[in-house]
Design a protein around this ligand. Structure first.
Ligand SMILES: [Fe+2]
Ligand SMILES: [Fe+2]
Length: 179
C-alpha cells in the first residue's frame, strides 16, 4: 500500500482551533531544521537515516495515527490529540547534537508543545487536551524504553506501539510526498 501524507494538510484537519493553530505555528518554525535532520540512526528504516529522515518519520506517524483512528472508536478530541502529538513528539531532537536513543527528547518535545499552546490560549482553559497530548508525547518511547516515562492509558500505549513499529519497518508512506 502506498499512501501520501501531506503534513500541512493534516495539520489543517485538526478540528480543535487551538491545537490546530499551535501545531501550524510550530511546524512552520521547525520545518527548516526538521528537513535537515535524520531520524534515529540505530533502528529506523534506511530512508530515514539522512537529511529529511525525521520529517519522513513524522509523516509515517501521522499515517499510522489514521490507522489507529480507523480501528478504534475515538472521539474527535482524541483524534486531534493524536495528530498533534505525532507532529510534536520528536520535535525536541532539533536541539540535540544527534538523535540517538539516549537523548531524552520526549520531555523537551512536550515542553515545546506547551510553549506553543500557551501562545494561543490560557493553558487552564484547555487543560484536558493539553494533558492528553503531553502524556502521549512524554511516553512515546514505550514501556520498554528506559529513558522516558512509561505509557499507561490507551492512546499512550497505541502511540508508543506505533512509534516502535514505524521506527523499525519501512512502511510505504510515499517519501516523495509534500510535507
Ligand atoms: Fe522519539
Ligand atoms: Fe518517533
Amino acid at each position: 500500500m502506498k499512501s501520501t501524507i501531506n503534513l500541512n494538510k493534516e495539520v489543517r484537519s485538526i478540528r480543535n482551533p487551538y491545537l490546530r493553530r499551535a501545531t501550524e505555528m510550530a511546524l512552520k518554525d521547525f520545518m527548516p531544521r526538521l528537513r535537515k535532520l535524520p531520524s534515529s540512526l540505530r533502528h529506523h528504516p534506511k530512508d530515514e537515516r539522512g537529511p529529511g529522515g525525521l520529517i519522513l518519520h513524522i509523516r509515517r506517524m501521522v499515517w499510522g495515527c489514521h490507522g489507529i483512528m480507523k480501528q478504534f472508536d475515538l472521539s474527535e478530541t482524541e483524534c486531534d490529540c493524536l495528530i498533534t502529538a505525532a507532529v510534536f513528539h520528536d520535535i525536541g531532537v532539533v536541539n540535540a547534537e544527534k538523535h540517538d536513543e539516549k537523548v531524552i527528547h520526549a520531555d523537551v518535545s512536550a515542553g515545546i508543545f506547551a510553549c506553543y499552546i500557551s501562545k494561543i490560549i490560557d493553558p487552564y482553559l484547555l487543560a484536558r487536551e493539553i494533558r492528553c497530548v503531553q502524556n502521549i508525547i512524554r511516553t512515546h518511547g514505550g514501556r520498554w524504553y528506559p529513558f522516558h516515562e512509561r505509557p499507561a492509558k490507551k492512546l499512550q500505549l497505541l502511540f508508543s506501539l506505533l512509534d516502535y513499529i514505524v521506527s523499525r519497518t519501512n512502511v510505504l508512506v510515499d517519501p516523495d510526498g509534500e510535507t
